[in-house]
Design a protein around this ligand. Sequence first.
Ligand code: FAS
Ligand code: PHB
Length: 389
Amino acid sequence: MDTQVVIIGGGPAGLLLSQLLNRAGVETVILERSTRAHVLERIRAGILEWGTVELLREAGVGARMEAEGIPHDGCYMTDSDLMVHIDFKGLTGKQVMVYGQTEVTHDLYDAQDAMGTIIHHGVEDVRITGLDDAQAVVEFTLNGEARRLTCAYVAGCDGFHGVSRQSIPKEKRQEFERVYPFGWLGILSRTPPVNDELIYANSPHGFALASMRSETLVRYYVQVPLTDKVEDWSDDRFWTEFRRRIPAQAAERLVKGPSIEKSIAPLRSFASEPMRWGRLFLAGDAAHIVPPTGAKGLNLAVSDVFYLHQALIDMLKRGDARGIDGYSQRALARVWKAMRFSWQMTMMLHRFDGEDGFAAQMRRATMAHLAGSETARKDLAENYIGLPY
Ligand code: FAS
Ligand code: PHB
């Protein structure tokens, strides 16, 4: 065999899996479609569950996160001017870490380079075969040259639009989907955060999220119709809309500034079962997508990798197949719970076009219940900081 595990996709799932396998003496090759610069310029997630923090430390890539990340003890759910504090630390004993996915990906690339791992960028026409044979075969084009790798296993970490999931016969896949009728317009701005902790704001004008990357760099979002384009949104229009959706007491502190990044992300819930097909294992967005309302996307990719790295090491080092045989069922059990939480948060916080007064009342009542019930706040906190692996 040319290598033990071929990993398709050099995003957080593929890189973290490779890093954990390499540290256990398992050889990998990563095939990434984009250039490294393109992967590293993508602005994605901002919140790490503590399980993610611990696994990144175990992978030997926690140093910069420890130095530059910001632990948060809680967040706010708001309804117009009602602010409900969700005290993660007090209710669960756990925190989350504010540290951008871009930084995590940077740290993983640096660590993989130090390991000397083979990472091919700019690969095209990836084709996976031999999944039921004695070895899998991955064919691809690199710099115009046809290449072929044989391996024991293939990890499909190539995101929602990748080839891995499509390598499972369509009639053998069961797919579940909910596409939401709105997107999130996000900006980065070198301004101080409007609040010390995140604000998830429900308002009659729609949803807004006040997040951050550091004490001097904010990441803010507003819900927008799917028909909107980034060019429809000047900075002034964004600031006006964002300011009126967050509570007045926070809006008074708002510091506006020029956007240094502006993009619209669609929202969907999606899952494909199974996450294993013969010698192929899916991890991360290749198998599931959640709306970012619950800050689960990146963190689910990490929990898949937690299960998969253990399973592959058990098999390749000790010939113990129980982990790989149980991987899909074990990963999906946690995926569906995070899928539910992300859907519930999205329904609770977004205005739906054409909704009647009843829907708005349900959102207000949910927020009022959160305000009045420690049990309700603890349930939200347990899901937000991350359910156990
Ligand atoms: P990724 O998509 O990150 O990585 C897959 C990699 O595979 C990519 O680098 C891609 O170039 C490569 N690839 C694709 N096809 C290939 C092929 N055929 N051959 C080789 N390589 C191929 N999550 C949150 O928790 N919070 C957020 O705020 C948030 N915001 C998001 C905004 C956007 C616009 C998007 C798209 C996602 C967002 N997410 C968010 C979710 C996101 O963070 C993902 O969960 C996370 O990137 C998952 O990591 P991977 O599974 O590695 O997939
Ligand atoms: C972000 O900082 O990008 C972020 C934080 C929390 C979310 C979604 C996005 O739920």
